[in-house]
Design a protein around this ligand. Structure first.
Ligand SMILES: Cc1cc2nc3c(=O)[nH]c(=O)nc-3n(C[C@H](O)[C@H](O)[C@H](O)COP(=O)(O)O)c2cc1C
Length: 349
């Protein structure tokens, strides 16, 4: 096999990942409608973890104690201690294969079952949300996860808060770049204080945090350095428009990642979006320490094993984005199948 750094170890916080591959958070819709973990999920994590993925990030889990604030009816909840035993099953399964287990914690907000506009919340309600995230991280730790990823991307609540064109608040949580960053920053600081010092803390961020997406590299650098100084071990760079990219596009946010890395080499990073082959993984790793994949592993959870054996160097994913259309109707299902019985059980055929 030719020389590659893909399978070389790399530190993530105080833990060493066995390789550079991250399974990017992917909502599986396999949770039970009461927010608990299902057997189908454990089987899915077994398949992923047994296939040479160094770090696995769960689908986003809702930090709200109220299930009606979830993104969908099958989203996992991490909003109450009663969910800990089920969540522990996921962490244990991932650890069976010496992979790092990270729980993605999120609040759907404007994209939830009961969407709400954070601009109308009181300061106390915003502080309550901060405390939900911190409590969720503590539950992830108690469940045996190595760390968490705070979801600051893709138009969920915290991304909206960070978007300076959408955040119209006039209190300490809006009105300036500094104030837009305050809630995510307080969450990161709070997690750092309440969890063990070795607990990994990562953030998933949008490459752009303005509506036009133009000339906002300084803002990204300000946000990313602020979060890193507050205690984030890794920034995973994504974007709100990943599902609208051309079929032929690849490495969607590579240039933004390169600019950030050139300015701030001290920030450990992963790149996500449009990584569908060994070649694109290698190109990402020229810039960032890790490469994160979602759709490639959705259609072929064993892609990394096959690549390692030299059997395959390009994912069979045709970037048709049907999984996003299906996603909107709650299914995570690839056009290449197979049919997933648990999804049919929850949502019907
Ligand atoms: C079905 C599906 C579900 C997703 N769920 C999540 C999620 O729960 N949290 C998240 O941060 N991103 C989620 N994403 C986005 C992916 O993590 C990733 O950022 C995006 O798909 C681009 O990466 P890719 O080109 O490797 O697919 C999801 C993507 C898909 C296709």
């Amino acid at each position: 096999m030719e020389k590659t750094i893909i399978f070389t170890p790399m530190e993530m916080g105080s833990i060493t990942a066995k390789n550079r591959i991250i399974r990017s958070a992917t909502n599986d819709h396999l949770g039970n409608i009461d927010g608990t973990v299902s057997d189908a999920e454990i089987t899915m994590y077994d398949t992923l973890a047994s296939n040479n993925i160094g770090t696995i990030i769960t689908g986003h889990m809702s930090v709200a104690p109220d299930l009606t604030l979830r993104a969908d009816e099958a989203q996992l909840s991490i909003g109450d201690d009663s969910f800990i035993p089920g969540l522990r099953r996921i962490a244990t399964k991932i650890h069976e294969y010496d992979s790092i287990a990270l729980a993605q914690i999120s609040l759907a907000g404007p994209k939830g079952l009961n969407p709400f506009d954070f601009n109308t919340l009181t300061t106390t309600e915003m502080e309550q949300i901060r405390d939900w995230f911190i409590a969720a991280a503590r539950r992830a730790e108690e469940s045996g996860f190595d760390g968490v990823q705070v979801h600051l991307a893709h138009w969920y609540l915290l991304q909206a808060v960070l978007n300076v064109d959408i955040n119209h608040r006039t209190d300490k949580y809006g009105g300036s770049d500094e104030n837009c960053l305050r809630l995510p920053l307080e969450i990161v600081e709070g997690i750092r204080k309440s969890c063990h010092k070795d607990f990994i803390l990562t953030v998933k961020m949008n490459a752009h945090n303005t509506l036009s997406g133009e000339n906002d590299g300084d803002l990204l650098a300000y946000y990313a350095t602020g979060l890193t100084e507050a205690g984030a071990d890794l920034v995973e760079l994504s974007g709100a428009d990943f599902s609208r990219k051309d079929r032929k596009a690849e490495l969607y946010y590579l240039e933004e990642a390169r600019k950030l890395k050139n300015r701030h080499p001290e920030i450990k990073m992963s790149l996500v979006g449009g990584i569908f082959s060994k070649d694109t993984i290698e190109k990402a790793l020229e810039v960032t320490e890790f490469a994160s994949l979602s759709r490639t592993l959705l259609t072929q959870p064993d892609f990394i094993t096959r690549m390692k054996k030299g059997e395959e160097s390009k994912s069979r994913c045709i970037h048709c984005n049907k999984c996003f259309e299906i996603f909107a109707t709650k299914y995570e299902r690839c056009v290449f199948g197979p049919v997933i019985p648990k999804l049919e059980e929850t949502f019907g055929k």
